[in-house]
Design a protein around this ligand. Structure first.
Ligand SMILES: C[S@@+](CC[C@H](N)C(=O)[O-])C[C@H]1O[C@@H](n2cnc3c(N)ncnc32)[C@H](O)[C@@H]1O
Length: 275
């Protein structure tokens, strides 16, 4: 998918981000990233790859971190700068993409949210992203959850629709009118460990929202506020986090390389965090 395809859809994307389900997505991720940043200490150097119009970057810039957004779509970057100006925070933008990494790294925290499913499986993106994380720094990757797509089609369209979804290897993005790959958190976890990163956290976003079919109710401020409270309560809680509309994985580059041929394994035994 080309940058132009995204540039053309900025208005549709902005409408999506302002809908209740879009606001839930950004509010939950602002909280998960706030926790990650607090664990890392700060202020941090943050790189948001495919950071678009700055939805995840601006809360981090507001918190005092030094944030760079790299994205191939100039209009999205202009929107990110506009939103940063409105918020009165500095934000660096760089026109480029995953193929241009590294961008003046290494970084304490690297984000790549909602991009990898538009990229070919064989692009080696996770290894590129991992390469710009400093030792002791973290990488956060996020994408739509294929399991949640089945449940969403079930609640909206019944078993026939859910069976179709289960059988399909791709998904059509309504906002971008484009076919995207289905990628599981487990596949990306394997790529992260192969790149020498160790598991830190897994979160789910839009867990309750996607099960609720009455979208009109979500526009009521009191209802929305309880729904967001529930999403925040569930985002790091088993088993709910596994069925959220989006998964988010956070991994750390160890200060010393991990043992073993692939650096370390997320499913290895022991007391450490698991995915
Ligand atoms: C669905 S938007 C996600 C934006 C932001 N990360 C978020 O989650 O709100 C996808 C973004 O990926 C960007 N993109 C497309 N191709 C890319 C590439 N090769 N490298 C990096 N970003 C890319 C698009 O321009 C767009 O800003």
């Amino acid at each position: 998918m080309t940058a132009g395809a995204f540039d053309d859809k900025l208005a549709e994307w902005r409408a999506w981000t302002e809908a209740p389900w879009g606001r839930i997505r950004f509010a939950v991720v602002a909280e998960t990233l706030r926790r990650q940043a607090a664990e890392l200490g700060g202020p941090l150097r943050v790189l948001d790859v495919g950071g678009g119009d700055g939805g995840d970057a601006i809360p981090l810039a507001r918190a005092g971190h030094d944030v760079t957004v790299v994205d191939p779509a100039p209009e999205w970057l202009a929107e990110a700068r506009h939103r940063a100006d409105e918020a009165g925070v500095p934000l660096t933008t760089v026109t480029g993409g995953l193929d241009d990494l590294p961008v003046a790294g290494p970084y304490d925290l690297v984000l790549c949210h909602f991009v990898l499913h538009y990229r070919p499986a064989e692009a080696g993106d996770v290894a590129r992203l991992a390469a710009v994380v400093r030792p002791g720094g973290r990488l956060s990757v996020m994408a739509p959850n294929p399991a949640a797509m089945v449940l969403m089609r079930l609640t909206r369209g019944g078993p026939e629709a859910a069976l179709d979804e289960l059988a399909s290897a791709t998904r059509r993005s309504v906002t971008f009118d484009h076919e995207a790959r289905k990628i599981t958190a487990e596949a990306i976890a394997d790529e992260m460990t192969a790149a020498g990163l160790a598991p830190v956290a897994r979160y789910g976003t839009r867990i309750a929202n996607d099960l609720l079919t009455d979208d009109r109710a979500k526009h009521d401020p009191a209802y929305f506020s309880r729904l967001l409270e529930l999403e925040l309560a569930l985002c790091d809680r088993e088993p709910f986090l596994r069925v959220g509309g989006m998964w988010q994985l956070v991994a750390e580059r160890p200060r010393r390389p991990l043992d073993g041929p692939s650096g370390g394994r997320a499913d290895a035994g022991g007391a450490g965090p698991r995915w």
